[in-house]
Design a protein around this ligand. Structure first.
Ligand code: UD1
Ligand code: CA
Length: 461
């Protein structure tokens, strides 16, 4: 199959400076593996799948990129030039241009990539390199130019003279090559003093042949942040965080303090939502319009409707319809589903349970494996005793029921519609619609029994 432009992403290196058992390119950045950013860039180009050069921890890297790349293994890893050479059996004769970048440089914008390709095509160059000017050279290769400002080579920091070390124009290691020229020259790269084949030496080869070596300066130095250590990882995280927050703010989200607001790349938030500091929004989370989230809140993999309020709480794999309020100090766990207008006050925990519209659960309660109707009042301290030591059981509460403070619901159990449980009841048997039960174990109150006066007392307000 023929293709105009092929994409090669280098990811075979070990990343020793990370001091990690996890391959460098799989370290998470704003909630996604570093490698994902390179794959996203390639996908935006709309070409055939990129060719990913893998080597160190090849299987793990391959799994992370499955379906999004073609794979070429480089073993042993003899340098960046040697890495690109491994793609020749797949690409040689099948494309006119090759764009190469490194998987440890996740901050490039698509616009930059595009500008580099346009520049290369306009000049009909043998190769075009993206450069950057930065005060801190961070170990990057230096761009060496002659008196006429033509690029004559790229020298690696370890091989540079003191005069070359002072150069502040750096190699971002994103290049576009004329494919014919690339395949003709790659096999002839010299061995570097480090014992590797440097891709950068192609620049020297092209220049000495009198070929046109072009460059484009990357306007935003932040894009050219390469990650070699965990210090760099944290720097990249901060830049991404700023980008994500700014995009959201420009789309109508108020973020009181962007520096302490941690929103991952996959999160969506509606306009006029207000986010207080120390809020972490993670995974596949969608938040509607007009919500107030935080401070001190974590929302992960959850769907939050419109006009919800979540304060100082942890929400994981849960769904909130519109106008729900949670917290402070609420914990929604997997499968919690709060219908419109639910109120969940402080120190509540809900797991795998549905709370019907307008149901209120004000204080200190645990609801697990429960199906609760509309307009139910869950009194302070109510607990579904859903676990018998080996299995989980279900609690069903009909609409309009009133569960008195400190009721223990020993599952499986069903409370009928409009039923009432007295404060301190331990309910071990089903309660019919409209019935009143109280005591330990709870019994149905008959017509001639006096209401204790405490039976319907509750502190929900
Ligand atoms: C490289 C460039 C340097 C540039 C810098 C920008 C060379 C010789 N140097 O240096 O000019 O300023 O990137 O970040 O190219 N890799 C392989 N196989 C190998 C070696 C490396 O696939 O045999 C991959 C790595 O996984 C990584 C990338 O190539 O994604 C760069 O390797 P690294 O060792 O980090 O190069 P730098 O020293 O950063
Ligand atoms: Ca690097």
């Amino acid at each position: 199959m023929s293709e105009e432009l092929a994409v090669v992403i280098l990811a075979a290196g070990q990343g020793t400076r990370m001091k990690s058992s996890l391959p460098k390119v799989l370290h998470p950045l704003a909630g996604k593996p570093m490698l994902t950013y390179s794959l996203d860039l390639a996908a935006q180009l709309g070409t055939n799948l990129p060719v990913l050069v893998i080597g160190h921890e090849a299987e793990a890297v391959k799994t992370a990129a499955e379906g999004r790349a073609r794979f070429v293994e480089q073993s042993p890893q003899l340098g960046t030039g040697h890495a690109v050479l491994q793609t020749a059996p797949v690409l040689e004769g099948h494309c006119q241009e090759v764009i190469v970048f490194h998987a440890d440089m996740p901050l490039f914008r698509f616009e930059t990539l595009h500008a580099l390709i346009d520049h290369h095509r306009a000049r009909r160059a043998a190769l075009t390199v993206l450069t950057v000017e930065a005060g801190d050279p961070r170990g990057f290769g230096r761009i060496v130019r002659d008196d006429a400002a033509r690029i004559t080579g790229i020298v690696e920091e370890r091989d540079a003279t003191p005069a070359q070390l002072a150069i502040r124009e750096l190699n971002t290691a994103m290049y576009v090559f004329d494919a014919g020229w690339l395949w003709a020259h790659l096999p002839h790269l010299p061995l570097s003093p480090k014992g590797e084949y440097y891709l950068t030496d192609l620049v020297t080869m092209a220049a000495s042949e009198g070929k046109d070596v072009e460059s484009l300066l990357c306007a935003d130095p932040n894009e050219a942040l390469g990650i070699n250590t965990r210090v760099h990882l944290a720097e990249a995280e901060a830049i991404l965080r700023k980008r994500i927050n700014e995009k959201l703010m420009l789309a109508g989200v108020t973020i009181i303090d962007p520096v302490t607001t941690y929103i991952e790349a996959g999160v969506q938030i509606g306009a006029d939502t207000l986010i207080y500091p120390n809020t972490h929004l993670q995974g596949h989370t969608v938040i509607g319009i007009g919500c107030t989230i935080g401070p001190n809140t974590i929302v992960r993999d959850s769907a939050i409707g419109n006009r919800c309020q979540i304060q100082a709480s942890v929400v994981e794999s849960a769904t909130l319809e519109d106008d729900v309020d949670v917290g402070p100090f609420g914990h929604l766990r997997k499968g919690a589903y709060l219908c419109q207008g639910v109120h969940m006050g402080n120190f509540g925990e809900v797991k795998n349970s549905r709370l019907g519209p307008r149901t209120k659960m004000g204080h200190f309660s645990y609801l697990g494996d429960a199906d609760i109707g509309a307009d139910v009042n869950i009194g302070c301290g109510t607990i579904t005793c859903n676990y018998d030591g080996s299995r989980k059981h279900k609690t069903i509460i009909g609409k309009g029921a009133f569960i008195g403070s400190d009721t223990m619901l020993r599952a499986p159990v069903t409370i009928g519609e409009g039923a009432i449980t007295g404060a301190g009841s331990v309910v071990t048997r089903d309660v019919p619609d409209g019935a009143i039960v109280f005591g330990v174990p709870a019994r149905i109150q008959t017509a001639n029994q006096e209401t204790s006066g405490e039976s319907k007392q509750d502190n929900n307000s």
